[in-house]
Design a protein around this ligand. Structure first.
Ligand SMILES: Cc1cc2nc3c(=O)[nH]c(=O)nc-3n(C[C@H](O)[C@H](O)[C@H](O)COP(=O)(O)OP(=O)(O)OC[C@H]3O[C@@H](n4cnc5c(N)ncnc54)[C@H](O)[C@@H]3O)c2cc1C
Length: 253
């Protein structure tokens, strides 16, 4: 029998415990239950919380943020938030939120989630910018269940960033890249980093072919990032015979 997921009803109070500066425009916020200092809910890697901001504008505003932490990390969860130009909440979070502050959130929810039992043995994730957040969570979860019956054998992440100044969650990627079965390919779209092992340019069909060695069999694809990139992944993988239920997308808009 599986243990039921722990969920709090309604709006939870989450206390910011730690803030990590990822890049010039992105921060990771770690939080716990304001009431008891624990993690108030269970979740599946890839799911998100909906936050409510009461004092930022004249009316309450809500925004969703995916957990970049993984369910296997006990006692806290974290979201990684990238500033959007002229964006109300992303800039307020990065500029004004402090350790000790309390945020209201509900959830977690989301179907863009890591269910190893419904995935093929090789999971391929294609992300860009802040769209890397669900994949950080999924890779940590994969690492935690490595070798267990029913867990996938391989995970490939193809992630695009503008430049070396934009490498969101780079410490985590560096830490997990040597875990057996994990392959991380980073491509830069606006800077040449080819002599340091980076690929060049935006993910396109040729890059995807190269990332999977032109073999689309027995793979489950996840993609999160700009619509044009996700459309490319869906169109290209399905044209190569990947079943629609094995190509999952998450839009941050
Ligand atoms: C399911 C889900 C999960 C998400 N997870 C994350 C996450 O883990 N990390 C993260 O940083 N963001 C995430 N987002 C995006 C986040 O919810 C906000 O949309 C984003 O932070 C912008 O909010 P804002 O208030 O700063 O901008 P707004 O004031 O809402 O918008 C300002 C301007 O930016 C444009 N805009 C809005 N959203 C985006 C965007 N995502 N990218 C580019 N331009 C945009 C708008 O069209 C508008 O012109 C997620 C969104 C969804 C739906």
């Amino acid at each position: 029998m599986t243990t039921p997921m722990r969920r709090k009803k309604g709006w939870m109070n989450l206390k910011i415990d730690k803030i990590v500066e990822e890049t010039w425009d992105t921060k990771t916020f770690f939080f716990t239950d304001a009431d008891d200092g624990d993690r108030p809910f269970d979740y599946i890697a890839g799911q998100y919380l909906t936050f409510r901001y009461d004092g930022v504008s004249d009316k309450p505003v809500v925004r969703s943020y995916t957990m970049s932490s993984s369910p296997c990390e006990e006692g806290f969860s974290a979201c990684t938030i990238k500033r959007v130009e002229k964006g109300l909440i992303s800039n307020w979070m990065c500029d004004s939120l402090k350790v000790g502050d309390i945020l209201k959130a509900r959830g977690p929810i989301g179907k863009f989630a890591y269910f190893p039992e419904t995935c093929h043995d090789h999971i391929v994730m294609v992300g860009a910018g802040s769209g890397v957040t669900p994949f950080i969570s999924m890779m940590r979860e994969y690492a935690n269940t490595l070798g267990q019956e029913g867990s996938p054998k391989k995970m490939t992440l193809l992630v695009a960033y503008r430049s070396k100044n934009d490498l969101i969650c780079w410490d985590t990627l560096t830490e997990i890249k040597d875990i057996p079965g994990i392959e991380i390919i980073t491509t830069l779209t606006r800077e040449d980093g080819s002599n340091e092992g980076f690929w060049q340019g935006r993910p396109d069909p040729e890059m995807l072919d190269k990332a999977v060695g032109n073999d689309y069999s027995n793979k489950t694809f996840f993609t999160c990032g700009p619509e044009s990139m996700m459309d490319m992944v869906v169109n290209h993988t399905t044209s190569k015979g990947v079943e629609k239920e094995h190509v999952q997308t998450e839009s941050f808009f």
